[in-house]
Design a protein around this ligand. Structure first.
Ligand code: 13P
Ligand code: SF4
Length: 307
């Protein structure tokens, strides 16, 4: 592993490449990355880097967002099959029909969407800035929010809006169990419960802190003396434990009878071997249809300005 890490670092330097990693990727990938962050931070970082090559260790839509923001750079992903069930829950043709049915609505899309869906959107949001962006719009504005029904209903609840929601969800966050959280809370009454807003309403309602991966991490870093029950993808525990080595983090298991782990199988497709191969071969590379990118970049820029 040490040799592989050295080889990756050498290739990175030779090719003026940078590695960006999401908090849900394997710990060894986060450790070799130049930058680790949540979806918003990854997009912000991609928009600013002067590297020639970007290796996006996350999922496909993150690579696409980086390519849309930096069309002249080579954007590589370690595994082209690293998709996202939430993005898949919103096919562009069906979303276009939904938007057409509501021509008086402003369209807000979560960043977990394909470039084609972003091209149909007025403002992109992430879980870091969704509340702020929705609150910045006039109260009477009619809004379509897609594709995550859980994040959408959470934003409706905290802002008092009544956005029309697309019926999509993330297969990992849907599985966190309110019953398991209640059991953990009973066993650890002093613990603070952290939940990602992609979790179901019953889970979010049990949480003390609801936020993006970066927001949950920052909360723990600011209060390392507490114990935490963590309801989001377990990859985040790597950075939490690194930054708060003396803190206890208790990952919430999924409900009985569902998938055996609380890991995103797409994120786990990223491995150090594939990072090395993709840097060496400069492939697989992300391409976005320029006509789609021309439309999709506008709501992403709008988000970056409003964040
Ligand atoms: P954030 O990094 O914005 O919290 O999003 C989580 C996620 O599901 C990424 O796929
Ligand atoms: Fe998509 Fe869910 Fe995986 Fe995030 S955790 S990349 S929303 S499938």
């Amino acid at each position: 592993m040490k040799q592989l890490i050295e080889a990756i670092k050498k290739l990175k330097q030779e090719k003026n490449a940078v590695i960006l990693a999401h908090y849900y990727t394997r710990g060894e990938i986060q450790d070799v990355a130049d930058f680790v962050g949540d979806s918003l931070a990854l997009a912000q970082w991609a928009s600013k880097t002067d590297a020639d090559i970007l290796v996006m260790c996350g999922v496909h839509f993150m690579g696409e967002t980086a390519k849309i923001l930096c069309p002249d750079k080579k954007v590589l992903v370690p595994d082209m099959n690293a998709g996202c069930s939430l993005a898949d829950s919103c096919p562009a043709d069906r979303f276009a029909a939904f938007v057409k049915e509501h021509p008086d609505c402003t369209v807000i899309s979560y960043v977990n969407t394909t470039a084609a869906v972003k091209a149909l959107t007025d403002v992109v949001v992430t879980s870091s800035n969704a509340r702020k962006i929705v609150e910045s719009l006039p109260k009477e504005e009619k809004i379509i929010f897609g594709p995550d029904r859980n994040l959408g209903s959470y934003i409706n609840a905290v802002t008092g809006r009544n956005m029309l929601l697309w019926d999509g969800a993330c297969h990992v966050h849907e599985q966190f169990s309110a019953e398991k959280i209640a059991e953990l809370k009973q066993a650890h009454p002093e613990a603070v419960t952290l939940a990602h807003p992609e979790c179901k309403k019953a889970v979010v309602e049990l949480a003390d802190v609801v936020g993006s991966t970066a927001a949950l991490l920052n909360y723990a870093v600011a209060h390392p003396e507490k114990t935490y029950i963590v309801a989001t993808e377990s990859g985040i525990l790597h950075e939490m434990e690194k930054r708060c080595p003396h803190t206890t983090f208790l990952p919430v298991p999924p409900a009985e009878g569902t998938s055996p782990c609380n890991e995103c199988s797409y994120m786990r497709l990223n491995t150090l071997e594939k990072v090395y191969d993709c840097l060496k071969n400069e492939a697989p590379e992300i391409f976005v249809d320029p006509a789609v990118a021309e439309q999709a970049v506008k709501p992403i820029h709008r988000m970056l300005q409003m964040s």
